[in-house]
Design a protein around this ligand. Structure first.
Ligand SMILES: [Zn+2]
Length: 202
């Protein structure tokens, strides 16, 4: 029997559209049904992931150290070349900064994230005490940033020569004016909350 009436429900595209709409609706529903868990909560559900993450953290710390010594070597080579032309020197520094400096920043963020993730659960409570804050402030600045003769490369601006000065375990940058203690430093550098910074530093 031949259908002569051209009706929407005989139209293939019409059904395709209906089908697509329904699929999207199902997908939205499915997404809403996924529990919104933090990484820490996922880890509690899948504790078997912990050893792998611990291995990864160790590897990353090693990679971080390697990268730091590479940057040191690159800078040393560069300064020993005694380039007279400012532009060439700037260009070389810029290459080191972009290629390795930024990789270093990314890596340090990941390391902090992993360390927080793997830190014992008991620390995640509502009780940050004064003594924890004091302890966090005493955390050696040298462990957070590469320091030489009390100076470091400032992570808050595009620092070419170390202009970040550390005194009494507090930092001050002569370039961009940033100043603060280890807590503030970690919050600004790694984009952490006060609580996360305290957890990391204690
Ligand atoms: Zn600065």
């Amino acid at each position: 029997m031949k259908k002569t009436k051209k009706q929407t429900y005989h139209n293939k595209e019409y059904y395709q559209e209906l089908y697509d709409d329904e699929l999207q609706r199902l997908e939205r529903q499915w997404k809403l049904s996924i529990p919104k868990l933090t990484n820490k909560e996922w880890l509690a559900i899948f504790p078997e992931a912990r050893p792998n993450l611990e291995v990864r953290l160790k590897e990353m710390k090693k990679e971080y150290k390697t990268l730091i010594s590479e940057i040191e070597k690159d800078l040393k080579d560069l300064y020993e070349k005694d380039i007279k032309d400012d532009f060439s020197r700037w260009f070389c520094e810029e290459i080191i900064r972009t290629w390795k400096g930024e990789a270093l920043n990314e890596m340090s963020k990941k390391i902090v994230g992993l360390r927080l993730l793997l830190s014992p659960e008991k620390k995640v409570v509502n009780s940050i005490t004064n003594s924890m804050v004091e302890q966090a402030k005493q955390y050696p600045f040298e462990n957070l940033i590469q320091v030489k003769n009390n100076f470091a490369l400032c992570p808050f601006h595009n620092d070419k020569r170390p202009s970040f000065h550390i005194k009494d375990n507090k930092g001050r940058c002569f370039g961009c004016g940033w100043h603060g203690d280890t807590i503030q430093f970690l919050m600004d550098k790694e984009d952490l909350s006060f609580r996360e910074a305290i957890e990391y530093l204690t």
